[in-house]
Ligand binder design. Structure first.
Ligand SMILES: *[C@@H]1O[C@H](CO)[C@@H](O)[C@H](O)[C@H]1NC(C)=O
Ligand SMILES: *[C@@H]1O[C@H](CO)[C@@H](O)[C@H](O)[C@H]1NC(C)=O
Ligand SMILES: *[C@@H]1O[C@H](CO)[C@@H](O)[C@H](O)[C@H]1NC(C)=O
Ligand SMILES: *[C@@H]1O[C@H](CO)[C@@H](O)[C@H](O)[C@H]1NC(C)=O
Ligand SMILES: *[C@@H]1O[C@H](CO)[C@@H](O)[C@H](O)[C@H]1NC(C)=O
Ligand SMILES: [Fe+2]
Length: 469
């Protein structure tokens, strides 16, 4: 979407108010359209000299430090960072209270994008870690060293509690900083972030100015150097710009963010899976081929068979473009993938699907729309207790405008929707229960604007709809 001018922002504000009045007037059997109307103030990028973008002091100091899970089970971590003056060391030094100092070696890479040249981007995987253990690590050996820490997840098993944070479409505006701050201060204490795509929005700047990839790396370091963020690709990671001579999709993203895709038998970093605690997390790519006979299709077909709910009761899917979205922005963009894969999600009883892309928040009822066969006319979503709940959480706060224009009346399948920025947590308690809460940025850190107790689809497939009770 293009950026909005001031006049269209005013128009958008009027629409929000009108939309609110309309939603009161329309008698709909859908869920709730929140009466909360976010003030439509200007959302702008934080200036380049902001505190959050500061380059760490010292010669060749590592910056943009980030970690993600490095294998299928959570015993490995990929540590990534950038050095600017010279390649420096690829070594990560790490230890726990119970182990002596060890070293792991990685590699560095660089890339060019139009007239931008990246720094030295280091990726080093640390393996054979103990579960549920706090590790300290140091990067920048030789010149300026910087120390961080992380905690490995508990061993994979059906009753392991674990709390995931959910952030999407973050960007680097003042609102993005609010979202991250609220996530950090949420007393629910997320242990790893499931990130549903659209990271830095560098592509919204002239020539996709990749300097904004670097600033985003420095901005998010305060969280992602200490806990893994599980990456999903969004449209803003494609960076396809033939007008600049840049025709290799995902070039900056794939150089900067590594994921353990080979560990799950995937052949590309855009779709993969991990197990973490009691969850099996499948990451899909809305922007890679997903039709029949494509690599992603074959992989997902095998992958869903591999999920053992006795081991990982919670089956979570991440993607960027939502399948169910009742905003007029990005309307139906997820539809072709839905047609391909929704029958599998129902068959394998996926618990929840998280998506981004639409810059707003929405949660669905459990429903499916898999009966249509071109000629039978059966194409309305129906209640389905084997189906996932679909949550759109593309409300991280980037500079593109907030999606406020909703389809009216609210569809019956839509349980809750609100045009605000925020984040969520998915707090797995045991094999049957998980508490989900969405937080809007305007509220206190502990307040949930929308929440739901999830009942596991394998161990406790009881109606958990918030409207049925
Ligand atoms: C890249 O080119 C743009 C204009 O096309 C210019 O404004 C910018 O300074 C250049 N950047 C570098 C790093 O050369
Ligand atoms: C971003 O948020 C952090 C933590 O709340 C704060 O210290 C910092 O000043 C903020 N920076 C900007 C540019 O808003
Ligand atoms: C599924 O996981 C359970 C618990 O870890 C294990 O006992 C069982 O053998 C696994 N089933 C298969 C088919 O691997
Ligand atoms: C809201 O979306 C509908 C459907 O795309 C469109 O017809 C309408 O003009 C939009 N309203 C505004 C104010 O953008
Ligand atoms: C699972 O967690 C829920 C919510 O905390 C709790 O009510 C339930 O008793 C727990 N089940 C078991 C078997 O402990
Ligand atoms: Fe997007």
């Amino acid at each position: 979407m293009a950026k909005m001018g001031t006049s269209s922002r005013v128009a958008a504000a009027i629409v929000v108010v009108l939309g609110f009045v309309l939603s009161l007037a329309v008698v709909c059997n859908g869920g709730k359209t929140s009466s909360f109307v976010r003030k439509v103030e200007k959302t702008v990028d934080m200036p380049l000299d902001s505190d959050v973008f500061k380059v760490p002091p010292g010669y060749n100091a590592p910056q943009q430090v980030h970690i993600t899970q490095g294998d299928q089970l959570g015993k490995a971590v990929i540590v990534s960072w950038v050095t600017v003056e010279e390649p420096g060391s690829n070594t990560v030094l790490y230890w726990s209270a119970y182990s002596k100092k060890q070293k792991s070696e990685g590699k560095f890479t660089t890339y060019k994008f139009y007239n931008y040249t990246s720094g030295y981007i280091h990726h080093t995987t640390i393996r054979n870690l103990k579960f549920n253990t706090k590790y300290y690590y140091v990067v920048g050996i030789g010149h300026t060293e910087r120390q961080f820490w992380f905690i490995t997840p508990p061993e994979v098993g059906p009753d392991v509690p674990y709390t995931f944070g959910l952030i999407g479409d973050l960007g680097q505006s003042f609102d993005s900083n609010k979202t991250l701050t609220h996530y950090e201060l949420n007393p629910q204490k997320g242990q790893a972030v499931l990130f549903v795509g659209d990271l830095c929005y560098a592509d919204t700047h002239p020539n996709h100015d990749n300097v904004w990839w670097d600033t985003w790396g420095r901005f998010t370091e305060r969280s992602v150097a200490y806990q893994p963020w599980i990456w999903t690709v969004g449209n803003h990671e494609i960076d396809f710009a033939p007008e600049l001579g840049e025709t290799k999709p995902f070039k900056p993203y794939t150089h900067r963010y590594h994921v353990p895709y080979k560990a799950s038998g995937s052949t590309a970093p855009f779709w993969y899976s991990i197990k973490r605690a009691s969850a099996y997390i499948i990451v899909l790519s809305s922007y890679s081929a997903y039709g029949k006979y494509t690599p992603q299709y074959f992989w997902l077909e095998q992958e869903l068979r591999k999920v053992n709910r006795s081991e990982t009761p919670w089956l979570i899917v991440l993607m960027h473009a939502p399948w169910y979205n009742s905003y007029n922005f990005h309307y139906l963009e997820g539809e072709t993938m839905r047609v391909m894969y929704e029958p599998w999600f129902v068959k394998y009883k996926v618990d929840v699907v998280f998506a981004g892309h639409v810059h707003a928040y929405e949660r669905s009822e459990r429903m499916s729309n898999v009966a249509y066969n071109i000629v039978n006319g059966i194409c309305i979503p129906v209640k389905d207790q084997s189906a996932p709940v679909y949550i759109t959480i593309g409300d991280g706060g980037n500079t593109e405008v907030l999606a406020t224009n909703m389809t009216e009346p609210q569809p019956a399948y839509s349980a809750y929707r609100e045009a605000s920025f925020g984040h969520a947590t998915f707090d797995i308690k045991n094999r049957t229960h998980a508490y989900y809460g969405w937080h809007r940025n305007q509220d206190g850190y502990a307040v949930t604007a929308d929440s739901m107790w999830f009942f596991n689809r394998y161990y406790h497939p009881v109606d958990d709809s918030t409207s049925a009770q």
